[in-house]
Design a protein around this ligand. Structure first.
Ligand code: CNA
Length: 257
């Protein structure tokens, strides 16, 4: 299970870290209150702030970091049952983890739907519009096209239901870079069997690991990349991870990471 904390080392602010969090940075967008950027009522009143955020998160702008590539390495070794992410930055996909291994619980920019006629957007032109500060419109009914990001009050994607089969099957739960404050995602941390170790790598002790700890829990507090690198070293995978990162850095363009 991962959250915004795995992407802060790539340069994307999280929501909650004081001063640097996304909610602090949203001031420039002229919002009545920060959460409004993910509220449908506000979106229909003024979609501009959301599309400014979309422009910021355009594919290729930010690059995955060692935490993402560690998860990709787990996949390559056949050890990743599934990656449940709350992030909407697409960096898990960008790191090369196939969509079949991902549950993007709060949606992604990879697809979009017309808010009026509900037709899936054909995709072409969407990013061209966003990058040119134009509001993308449906070619059929001219309704605003909204990326399939889950706004407050909207249902989670169907794939989220996979948790019903995945979590009872897991024999290790990694929890990286999340405050475990957003439901229903946060409660997944309690859905593994009680004998299953849960490893939290995060700046703070959070969620059920704080208020309902289990004897098998392991907590590594601090920077997520440093924590992941320590784990990778203990596993003897450091050279392998470095090779993977080198290979992938060559393929991807972008600014940060
Ligand atoms: P959050 O509530 O902002 O919590 C982030 C957590 O990560 C906090 O506990 C931080 O202390 C911790 N953290 C931040 N940076 C680091 C670091 N370098 N090393 C270790 N720990 C760190 O974010 P959640 O994902 O838990 O909350 C869910 C929201 C945030 C979802 O709805 C997301 O869509 C949303 N969000 C996503 C992104 C993104 O896609 N990158 C960015 C900002 C917010």
């Amino acid at each position: 299970m991962v959250g915004a904390g795995i992407s802060t080392p790539s340069g994307i602010p999280d929501f909650r870290s004081p001063g640097s969090g996304l909610y602090s940075n949203l001031r420039q967008y002229d919002l009545p209150y920060p959460e409004a950027i993910f509220e449908l009522t506000f979106f229909f009143h003024n979609p501009k702030p959301f599309f400014t955020l979309a422009k910021e998160l355009n594919p290729g702008h930010y690059r995955p970091n060692a935490a993402h590539y560690f998860l990709r390495l787990l996949h390559e070794k056949g050890l990743l049952l599934r990656l449940y992410t709350q992030n909407i930055d697409g960096l898990e996909r960008a790191s090369g983890i196939p969509a079949s291994k991902l549950v993007e619980a709060h949606g992604s920019f990879a697809s979009a739907t017309c808010t009026v006629c509900r037709r899936p957007s054909p995709g072409e032109g969407f990013w061209a519009d966003v990058m040119a500060d134009r509001i993308p419109r449906c070619p059929v009914c001219t309704g605003i096209v909204k990326p399939d990001i889950v706004f407050f009050g909207e249902p989670l994607p169907q794939r989220f239901l996979l948790h019903v089969v995945d979590f009872p099957m897991a024999d290790l739960l990694l929890i990286l870079g999340t405050s475990l404050e957003v439901e229903p995602f946060a409660s997944l941390s309690e859905a593994v069997r009680s004998s299953v170790p849960r490893l939290l790598i995060n700046r703070d002790l959070v969620g059920s690991l704080a208020w309902s700890p289990r004897s098998q829990d392991v907590v590594q507090l601090g920077d997520v990349v440093q924590g992941v690198e320590m784990l990778v070293e203990l596993l003897g995978w450091t050279a392998e991870l470095q090779d993977l990162i080198q290979r992938e850095m060559g393929k991807l363009g972008g600014r940060d990471g």
